[in-house]
Design a protein around this ligand. Structure first.
Ligand code: PLP
Length: 420
């Protein structure tokens, strides 16, 4: 049945779907609509769906997650520890879990799409209005939304070499040009980045502390950098690991934000709060930017369970303090242990340790995997000679150090000691 007033037919579309605009409405002809009775030019359409995928998306790399424990245990039939994804080894906040359980039975209802309670709590926590808080599906969604709102073909997105790969992906997926500033001693070189800012720069992505190197910059360096960033360029400051850092205080970036209109701070519940599996994070930024991001997100991006857990976890001071202390102590022990084995880990301000191990980094990671220790080889992040080891519990770190010692002695026996 045809509804009155509903036109049928098809749109002529551009092969570049990202830039496609509906230009021309072609009325549907009688009989076989594929025939050219009414002047349609179907032959101009792309022959296959694959051809519709724009060139700049085809070349994008796929995010490589750390190997899941279950997969390793199933394949190798060994008990494994996962030190590959910078998760919280002490588990989720117990208060967060209790709150999540309490709302689980309401899962037949959609969650609060406006995330009012959590934005209220976070606003109070940071001394900003709830309109300056945006809740995302982890900080991953926020990285992507910032680029989708502000970047497009003809603009540039700037980040550094050797940083979190999704920054580059978000920039390229927006159609903008990716510009990478060089890194210096495994850290952001903010001076080099400042020099790279150009008239077409729209967004700059920074991670502090940086993943995968673990290095961090301090308040003075950051202020100096912000002072030279033009007002029309957004600085996205990803602070996923900020609780573990010594260089920059937890409040520093929010204070800087109060003085700047062009800063977007990203935080996550995936690390110190231990809620990586629930997928929830937040941004602090100007309401005008956040409301544009709000239009692009999916209507119920975060679940009610995640929102409840996040709110309760924020208040779980005891869990947060325990996680920070344990991480600091174990990070030292792991770094020292690796040092005794002849490695030179980069000084870390996060919950992982980065080190250059030589050209056989992938083989070394595979050897560790076969001993039940999952670490991250970093070729896909631009460091083919390095690995990253997440700080685990004392027991997990002991297992890692002893497996590493065995790998080294096995290799020394074969004359294959990695160049370190
Ligand atoms: N930003 C950085 C620097 C990260 O290392 C990670 C995850 O490892 C994320 C963001 C993503 O975190 P989320 O789980 O909040 O999406």
């Amino acid at each position: 049945m045809k509804s009155a007033g509903l036109k049928t037919g098809h749109y002529k579309r551009s092969p570049d779907v990202a830039n496609a605009t509906v230009r021309e409405w072609l009325p549907r002809g009688r009989g076989d609509w594929r025939q050219d009775h009414w002047g349609s030019k179907l032959e101009e359409m792309t022959p296959t769906i694959e051809d519709l995928i724009p060139e700049y998306l085809r070349g994008l790399p796929v995010y490589v997650p750390g190997k899941p424990i279950e997969e390793v245990e199933r394949e190798l039939k060994i008990h494994a520890v996962k030190l590959a994804s910078n998760e919280n080894p002490l588990g989720p906040s117990p208060k967060g879990i209790a709150a999540a359980k309490a709302v689980l039975a309401d899962s037949n209802r959609y969650p609060d799409g406006g995330t009012h309670a959590l934005r209220e709590t976070l606003g109070e926590r940071h001394g900003v209005s709830p309109d300056e808080i945006f809740i995302g599906l982890g900080s991953s969604e926020l990285i992507d939304l910032a680029a989708r709102v502000l970047l497009r073909a003809g603009l540039q997105g700037l980040t550094s070499e050797g940083t979190y790969a999704p920054f580059s992906v978000a920039i390229r997926a927006s159609g903008a040009e990716l510009v990478l500033a060089p890194q210096r001693e495994f850290a952001f070189d903010l001076k080099a980045m400042a020099k790279t800012i150009a008239p077409k720069t729209g967004v700059i992505y920074l991670a502090n502390p940086n993943n995968p190197t673990g290095s961090a910059f301090g308040r003075a360096q950051f202020d100096e950098f912000l002072a030279v960033v033009p007002d029309g360029v957004l600085v996205v400051l990803d602070e996923a690991y900020i609780h573990y850092a010594l260089s920059m205080g937890l409040r520093d970036s929010v204070e800087a934000y109060r003085q700047r209109k062009n800063l977007l701070i990203l935080r996550t519940f995936s690390k110190v709060y231990g809620l990586a599996g629930l997928r929830i994070g937040y941004a602090i930024g100007r309401p005008e930017l956040l409301s544009a991001m709000n239009k692009l997100r999916t209507p119920f991006n975060t679940s009610g369970v995640a929102q409840a857990a996040a709110r309760a976890a924020l208040d779980d001071k005891e869990h947060v303090a325990r996680c920070i202390e344990t991480n600091a102590a174990e990070r030292n022990r792991l770094s020292e242990g690796l040092g005794k084995l002849g490695f030179r880990p980069v000084r870390s301000e996060a919950n992982f340790v980065f080190m250059v191990v030589g050209p056989d980094a992938k083989a070394l990671s595979d050897d560790l995997l076969h001993m039940g220790v999952i670490v991250r080889p970093l070729g896909w992040m631009g460091f083919p000679e390095a690995i990253r080891i997440s700080v685990g519990t004392a027991e997990e770190n002991d297992k890692c150090l002893s497996a590493m010692a065995r790998v080294i002695s096995k290799r020394a026996g074969k004359g294959e000691l990695a160049a370190r």
